[in-house]
Ligand binder design. Structure first.
Ligand SMILES: Cc1cc2nc3c(=O)[nH]c(=O)nc-3n(C[C@H](O)[C@H](O)[C@H](O)COP(=O)(O)OP(=O)(O)OC[C@H]3O[C@@H](n4cnc5c(N)ncnc54)[C@H](O)[C@@H]3O)c2cc1C
Length: 462
């Protein structure tokens, strides 16, 4: 059923006609996100410009039983902002994009939900502070999207992920009431840890209006390196060996041959295209001497595990080239074929060598072109299948391969998703990793907070 003209008028009265998108050509832009899934055009798209409008929008929509999907930049890879139906109201946070406070004495910042991650990180960096979570999408992703999916990034191994920086959050419940949790203090045990529940809630438990984030002092020294391998197994064993030696690089990334070749073809940065795999590693810290010591230990492990070439960045330009190789991985793979299916299954770090060999076996079994890269130090690999959705036979094999990737990850005591979220894409596998009672418990929790099941329906917990 289309959204009634009188309700649309109420939204226009509340938000101004310019902030209510009714035309199909405008609404079409919000029918999809970065996942390869069926598009659904929402019934209405609105852009609140302040917190009060956001609360009233939620209340008006809920009273009128409209399904509500709140959307940041739509870069998620799990279908987390694809509307459930043509009745869905999409709330955009683009105009809620103010950094409200950066507190240099107490090391925190308060932001609106639509602030872009990289813009925030650059603003705090200009004040000599550091916000470490750096998802590959950081130039376009929003901080609320990061919280709602617990986004990770290249620095996750040492610095953690978004949840490690969430000090407090304010959000609207279905009545449009503002709920406040956490604080500006380092410690806070007032009430339940509701902020913890909002992390990775995927728009299903509340609509965030304000976020308090922890800031830290930046590292003063760092060293970036690349190690080249002629065997994938040797590269993955190096990852496990670095972790087992209790060295904690800030970044430890893996690229297999397919990724090396497509990145080199696109970015021309001098990567060894004959190599079976490369590892990109950065160690950092407060003192150059400590960094040098860690770098030396890492180089020793590279050699011991069979690296055929080790390149150490001598200056900022060389360091930037090393990281360009990683940043270019997904965009380069995405250009290689019409459809890119990027997965996110994650395993305990010691199981990386097994996971890598299983991924290669699966690609061969289903006769698929697959490149694997990712946050190897976190056990979080991104096997990426290059395909064409229009080729039905091949796409069926892709779906079977993805099923098997999840089976293997769970068998290795891993998880369906390290950072990309469940959304629509992985909801059907949830019970496999957990159990029926866990799904029912989560469903009861969700319905207690959202009795009409209108907040991002069809995602995460069905
Ligand atoms: C090229 C590329 C690289 C990527 N690299 C990484 C990476 O390294 N690490 C990583 O973790 N992810 C990565 N991602 C995935 C994605 O960018 C992140 O998950 C990011 O956090 C999504 O932010 P967004 O603003 O685009 O959110 P959206 O996609 O718009 O939304 C994501 C979720 O947040 C919810 N949400 C948004 N705003 C609110 C709000 N105000 N209140 C409540 N819920 C809200 C939505 O409902 C949805 O469930 C990558 C994606 C791409 C395309």
């Amino acid at each position: 059923m289309p959204i009634s003209p009188s309700l649309i008028t109420e939204f226009k009265n509340l938000l101004g006609a310019q902030n209510v998108l009714t035309e199909e050509t405008d609404r079409l832009s919000y029918a999809y996100d970065a996942a390869v899934l069926k598009q659904v055009t929402p019934g209405l798209v609105v852009l609140p410009t302040n917190e009060e409008q956001l609360g009233k929008t939620v209340k008006l929509a809920y009273e009128n039983s409209l399904p509500i999907t709140v959307r940041g930049s739509g870069t998620n890879l799990s279908g987390a902002v694809i509307p459930e139906s043509s009745e869905t109201l999409v709330i955009l946070t683009n105009k809620l994009n103010k950094i409200l406070e950066i507190n240099e004495e107490d090391l925190y910042a308060v932001v609106e939900p639509g602030v872009l991650t990289a813009k925030f990180a650059a603003t705090v960096a200009a004040k000599g502070l550091f916000y470490p979570p750096d998802p590959g999408s950081q130039t376009v992703s929003t901080l609320a999207g990061n919280v709602a999916l617990n986004a990770g990034g290249l620095r996750g191994l040492k610095y953690g992920v978004t949840k490690d920086y969430l000090m407090g959050i304010e959000f609207f419940d279905p009545n449009g009431d503002l709920i406040k949790t956490g604080s500006r203090t380092v410690k806070c045990v007032t009430g339940y840890n509701i902020g913890g529940m909002m992390i990775s809630s995927e728009g299903t438990l509340g609509i965030f209006s304000k976020i308090i984030l922890k800031l830290v002092p930046p590292p003063k020294a760092s060293q970036a390196m690349m190690a080249v391998y002629d065997s994938v197994q040797a590269a993955s064993e190096t990852v496990a060996a670095i972790i087992a030696a209790h060295i904690l690089p800030c970044t430890l990334e893996f690229l297999d041959q397919k990724c090396i070749q497509v990145v080199e073809a696109n970015a021309k940065i001098g990567l060894p295209t004959e190599a079976a795999a490369i590892l990109l590693v950065e160690v950092d810290g407060s003192h150059q001497a400590g960094v040098d010591e860690d770098a030396a230990k890492v180089k020793e492990i590279f050699t011991k595990c069979g690296s055929t070439d080790i390149r150490v960045a001598k200056d900022a330009e060389e360091k930037n080239k090393i990281w360009e190789a990683r940043r270019a991985a997904l965009p380069s793979l995405a250009r290689a074929k019409p459809t890119t299916v990027l997965e996110d299954a994650t395993v305990p770090r010691s199981k990386i060598p097994q996971m890598v060999s299983e991924l290669n076996r699966i690609a061969e079994k289903y006769k698929l072109e697959m490149g694997t890269f990712g946050h190897a130090g976190d056990g979080n690999l991104h096997p990426t299948i290059l395909t064409d959705r229009r080729n039905e036979q091949e796409f069926k094999r892709v779906e079977e391969a993805v099923d098997e990737i999840f089976d293997v990850a769970i068998k290795l005591q891993g998880t369906l998703s390290g950072e990309h979220g469940i959304g629509i894409a992985k909801a059907k596998w949830m019970e496999k990793e957990t159990n029926k009672a866990t799904i029912e418990f989560s469903r009861r929790l969700r319905l207690a907070l959202d009795p009409k099941y209108l907040f991002n329906a069809g995602k995460k917990i069905l």
